[in-house]
Design a protein. Structure first.
Length: 166
């Protein structure tokens, strides 16, 4: 495996490899009975990454942001692109200015896509919740889903996306 990675380094031109369903970040957003918010984000990052690469997940504001007065958001997918928009912070700020979690997630995904020429080959997805317990999610491509848990019931919900297929 290390030999393969070293071979890849010679020609990669730093085009990190992540396919649409190769992202594995798990982001969790919680709101308790008192209305207090919390969040967590964990990832293995990308395969074939450069030494020292830091994705979006460990950067507060990019992979995760929680503001107890407003709401919380977290990201999965191509971290390099999420970092460029500070996506989770962006979503919380958009919610602060009155957007619903759904519309805020859509705006954040659109900003990621707007930096690309044409249809991106990578995935980025966000989920968000506000203090009114309203949730939202959106991704570039279909296939992203999240689990909504309340009153002992967990429901898996597919996220809306810009593109239905690759
Ligand atoms: N967001 C992660 C990163 O860029 C990758 C993933 O979602 O699996 O490090």
């Amino acid at each position: 495996m290390e030999a393969k990675w070293k071979e890849w380094l010679k020609t990669s031109n730093y085009q990190p490899k992540i396919n649409l369903e190769n992202h594995d970040t798990i982001g969790m957003l919680c709101i308790d009975k008192n209305g207090d918010l919390s969040g967590a984000c964990t990832t293995s990052g990308l395969g074939y990454k450069m030494r020292g690469r830091v994705g979006d997940s460990p950067i507060i504001g990019s992979g995760l942001f929680v503001d107890n007065e407003v709401g919380a958001a977290t990201a999965t997918g191509m971290g390099e692109e999420v970092v460029k928009t500070v996506g989770s912070f962006l979503i919380v700020e958009l919610m602060r200015s009155g957007m619903s979690p759904q519309v805020a997630c859509e705006e954040a995904v659109q900003r990621v896509v707007a930096k690309q020429k044409g249809k991106p080959s990578f995935q980025v997805g966000f989920i968000a919740v506000n203090t009114a317990r309203v949730v939202g999610s959106y991704s570039i491509h279909s296939g992203f889903s999240y689990t909504y848990y309340e009153n002992g019931k967990a429901i898996n919900k597919p996220s809306k996306s810009i593109y239905k297929t690759i």
